[in-house]
Design a protein around this ligand. Sequence first.
Ligand code: HEC
Ligand code: HEC
Ligand code: HEC
Length: 311
Amino acid sequence: MNKGTFMMEKTLKFLSLFMVALVLVFGTGGEVDAKKKKKKIKLTDEENAMFDRWHVKPKKRKKAVKDMRKKPKFVGAIKCNGSCHDPYYKAWVASPHGGTFNLLKAGVRKEAKERVKLDPEKDYTTTPLCLRCHTTGYKQRGGFKPAGTKSKKGKDKASKIDPDEPNLEQVGCEMCHSVAGGSQFRAVMKSSKGDFTKAETEKYGQRWDYSNVCTRCHTHPNTPFKPSVHDKYKFNFEERKLKVHKIADYWSEDNADQKLEKVKDRAKEKGQTEKTPLVIEDFEVKDGKLKFKKGTKPYNSKKKTFKYKKG
Ligand code: HEC
Ligand code: HEC
Ligand code: HEC
């Protein structure tokens, strides 16, 4: 054996040992494939009929169905912006609801806090009671997680806050438009390219009971800022509604294609939530944790049913 072949053999031996070690450490990927196969998605006739109506190509259906079947979760206002609702997002950032988290900081709105016996110098940005009404989806799937939130292994799980791009830390789109987060109906909106009916998004957790949904916070028994404290906390829906989406100033060349073409058609339809508003969550803070009271949650994720107010 000459020196060259000897070296080659040695290298080959080393390489094969190395490969064996790799397989031992990372596996062949066989298990993962098996799991994937088990979860193979098959569309129901109903789902296919829905996609047919929206003219969605077969290739694109499976991905959409995945999001539509998974339990609903909060996704944040930035996801509603994307290439769809830019003027709404921009107007929201500048609106009162786009800055609700900031009110929880020390020194902000001192007078209002003093009036309701809150400590104006205290930082309330991690206080469970306040977070329910000043952020998006707190204590629900995908929702806002305050500073100090850790996983079981001690990893930092707090929601990232970017002052230039408000998101889950404020009262976002999903606190008014969703039952339990927007992940499912977002997939409907995207797949249908805006050509959906109220009934179609309601099935996936969008709500149209606007005057009702405001009472998740305004005039709720748990808000410190009740009409009895000051006249300015009285809630007149028709007046207040006008201040929620001042989108007129936020249209530009870049988002001109985001006009909602089907709004007029949809307005002719009366959604189920408009006929029978959903129940409003009641909650309490026990042992430092926010708990929703039984029977007051509008969505049951096990049974996949909605709970409406009794007529
Ligand atoms: C049940 C929901 C709810 C809870 C709980 C809640 N808030 Fe609010 N908060 C509201 C609503 C609604 C408003 C707006 C009231 C209005 O303008 O009519 C508000 C307004 C405020 C304001 C501005 C008031 C003003 O007049 O300028 C501050 C400050 C504030 N909240 C801080 C807090 C803090 C701190 C906590 C926790 C101790 C808290 N909130 C808990 C719903 C809530
Ligand atoms: C405080 C509650 C609230 C928040 C937060 C909110 N909305 Fe709305 N939204 C409303 C109300 C109320 C209407 C109905 C307005 C009307 O009838 O004039 C509406 C209407 C809309 C419409 C028109 C729907 C249609 O078909 O008529 C769109 C689109 C929309 N909102 C998107 C958004 C987006 C995107 C965000 C977040 C960036 C958002 N909204 C945040 C309350 C809210
Ligand atoms: C998740 C809680 C929440 C929901 C739901 C909610 N709001 Fe609010 N809203 C607030 C908080 C907190 C403020 C205080 C903002 C501030 O004072 O800067 C506020 C402030 C406002 C203001 C500004 C008050 C003012 O005069 O400056 C308007 C208008 C308003 N809400 C309308 C609505 C309407 C209409 C709905 C229902 C479609 C609604 N809100 C739903 C939490 C909520």
